[in-house]
Ligand binder design. Structure first.
Ligand SMILES: Cc1cc2nc3c(=O)[nH]c(=O)nc-3n(C[C@H](O)[C@H](O)[C@H](O)COP(=O)(O)OP(=O)(O)OC[C@H]3O[C@@H](n4cnc5c(N)ncnc54)[C@H](O)[C@@H]3O)c2cc1C
Length: 408
């Protein structure tokens, strides 16, 4: 099944999915149905839908095959999306990734330029043909030559647009919805799994937690490289991070926090065959679908049958409003990297409109107002997250060892 999928992934035209061979057919079949036809064993039919849950936080019955292979192509291959080493889960930020936004906000001007707790209610281009007027729900207004809307497509419909958003974009907004993710962390006095030579990783289709990662604040050194056994077995804040996803997240969100933490501790004790799993000292969880302005995780996903013809409308500007957000990326859509590259593309569009002669060649995938052709992203450029990190943390991009990454 993986070989068949990777073959489709290689054929995907990531900037224009409708050009992919059999795009309509693939868009009108769910991953679930496709797997039932492609797999030859019951085990794969039962297990593969959980891969979709892991990556997208949605039921495989709700995701079209075209979107799934597009998403995989965005991350290069399906294997890379699933992998830790050289894959989507390879690196973590010491201290957490929220620091990127916090440091950037401080640099740009927290409070003066970056306004928090100010949800936008109205985006008006009717009143003044030269400017966009953005009105927050508290009535505060901002007037600018251009605006960039960098929230997920399913949120477009919550904004009052003047004039009305074009039908194609509004339709897209109605056809997208977020996956379901509850992120949990179980803290322990010691990293007992490391002491037993385990890496803390499970993938359990039976649930409730679908997968875990070791979330200790210091990396676990592979046995082959261990010169410092003590550091490996006694990290600060030993923790197992686990995800409740898709339908499990929906179901478990209706239960109490105590129900969830008890069930998770029992699951870990059973899977790791270790009673220490029951002796946690702290349990932390966050239901991303309870966040009004985030809506879920990890990404906004189109309904079956609506990706082939709608995706092209996502990146088109609407008057002086430009659109960004990870869903609109053509590399690592659904990830922080995609969020940054799509933001750069939207900023490029604005800069070229403000100063048309300064740079005629766009650096990133774009669908400017007068451009009918989408230009593929350049691949040989620094990782987008690394570039932003370098700027926010005053680091040199080429010195990756200077960055405060740790391996998973
Ligand atoms: C549980 C979970 C785990 C994840 N793990 C990873 C990972 O390991 N690696 C990785 O790269 N990515 C991961 N992601 C995905 C990553 O968080 C997203 O790809 C990234 O945050 C998308 O950035 P964005 O700027 O496009 O959108 P967001 O980060 O969603 O930003 C959109 C912003 O718009 C704001 N907004 C919405 N409506 C309005 C309004 N009306 N007015 C004003 N503001 C508004 C929201 O408050 C929000 O701040 C994870 C996501 C989740 C939920």
């Amino acid at each position: 099944v993986m070989i068949k999928i990777e073959k489709l992934v290689r054929q995907m035209d990531v900037s224009q999915p409708s050009r992919t061979p059999n795009s309509l057919e693939l868009d009108n079949i769910s991953v679930f149905e496709w797997i039932q036809q492609a797999a030859t064993t019951h085990a794969v039919c039962a297990m593969f839908p959980r891969v979709v849950n892991t990556i997208l936080g949605k039921s495989s019955k709700e995701v079209s095959m075209l979107y799934f292979i597009w998403y995989a192509r965005n991350g290069d291959t399906l294997k890379r999306l699933m992998d830790v080493m050289n894959g989507a889960q390879e690196r973590k930020f010491v201290g957490g990734s929220a620091q990127i936004s916090q440091r950037m906000a401080e640099k740009i001007g927290l409070g003066s330029v970056v306004k928090l707790d100010s949800p936008v209610g109205i985006i008006d281009q009717d009143n003044d043909p030269n400017n966009v007027c953005v009105t927050c729900r508290d009535g505060t207004q901002y007037i600018a030559k251009h605006a960039i809307a960098a929230f997920p497509p399913s949120f477009y419909k919550h904004i009052q647009w003047k004039p009305e958003l074009p039908t194609e974009k509004l339709n897209v907004s109605h056809k997208y919805s977020m996956g379901h993710f509850i992120k949990t962390a179980m803290y322990y006095k010691t990293a007992w799994w490391r002491e037993k030579g385990l890496n803390g990783q499970i993938w359990d289709p039976e649930g409730p937690i679908l997968y875990t990662l070791d979330d200790c604040s210091s990396p676990c050194v592979p046995a082959s490289q261990q010169g410092d056994q003590a550091r490996c077995s006694s990290p600060e804040h030993p923790a197992l991070m686990g995800f409740l996803v898709a339908d499990d997240a929906k179901d478990w969100s209706k239960k109490t926090r105590l129900d969830r933490q008890n069930a998770i501790a029992l699951q870990y004790a059973k899977l790791f065959k270790c009673q220490e799993a029951l002796d946690y000292i702290e349990y932390v969880e966050h239901d991303w679908n309870a966040e009004e302005f985030i809506g879920g995780g990890c990404v906004d996903i189109p309904k079956i049958g609506s990706f082939a013809d709608t995706s092209v409308h996502l990146r088109c500007p609407f008057g002086k409003v430009h659109f960004a957000g990870t869903e609109l990326a053509c590399e690592w859509a659904g990830y922080m990297d995609g969020a940054i590259s799509s933001g750069e593309r939207a900023a490029d569009e604005v800069l070229r409109e403000l100063n048309p002669i300064c740079d005629a060649s766009p650096r990133h995938v774009t669908a400017g107002r007068n451009m009918h052709q989408i230009i593929p992203a350049k691949s040989a450029r620094p990782n987008a997250v690394e570039k932003v990190l370098a700027w926010a943390f005053d680091l040199c991009v080429s010195k990756s060892e200077g960055m405060r990454f740790k391996s998973s």
